[in-house]
Design a protein around this ligand. Structure first.
Ligand code: SF4
Length: 154
């Protein structure tokens, strides 16, 4: 999976567009999701996310995905689970302080951000702390609910 992680960061530009496309499509399905029940759908979506995001970006299913901000580098792969990294221990060659054979997740996040060629680097946004209660829940369904809440439709 580490190899795929690296591949996804190198291809962050089109993968991020695909990712946003999926989220937009799912948002359109909100009325259906609401009818079925978000809670009931959560486990199914989690399985799909593990098979897609798990394979492609080595997602650790924290349920509060921020890879759109981190160049598709999942911060949960950081041994210190830094949500606003990097820590102060990145090695001179860009490797992780804790796992020397692994590229620092946040160095990869910077590389992924550069791939996306956006005017503002989303990596600069400060991310909230991890909510442990959301670990193992569907990040996609959460995103749909957040979008609908913003639109005052929930
Ligand atoms: S070097 Fe990077 S990946 Fe390793 S613990 Fe620090 S922030 Fe996390």
């Amino acid at each position: 999976m580490y190899r795929m992680r690296r591949w996804s960061v190198r291809n962050a530009r089109w993968l991020k567009s695909l990712y946003h496309g999926i989220e937009k499509t799912l948002t359109l399905c909100h009325p259906l999701f609401k009818r079925i029940g978000y809670r009931r759908l959560d486990k199914t979506f989690l399985v799909v996310e593990k098979l897609t995001k798990g394979v492609l970006i080595d997602s650790q299913s924290c349920g509060q995905c921020i890879v759109g901000f981190t160049g598709l580098s999942c911060p949960m792969n950081c041994p210190k689970t830094m949500r606003n990294g990097p820590c102060g221990g990145v090695r001179a060659d860009g490797k992780c302080e804790v796992i020397p054979e692994m590229d620092c997740v946040w160095v990869m996040a910077w590389e992924g951000n550069q791939q996306t060629e956006e005017k503002e680097y989303p990596i600069q946004f400060v991310q909230p702390a991890l909510d442990n209660q959301l670990i193992g829940t569907s990040a996609w369904l959460r995103e749909v609910r957040i979008r609908k809440a913003v639109d005052h439709e929930i």
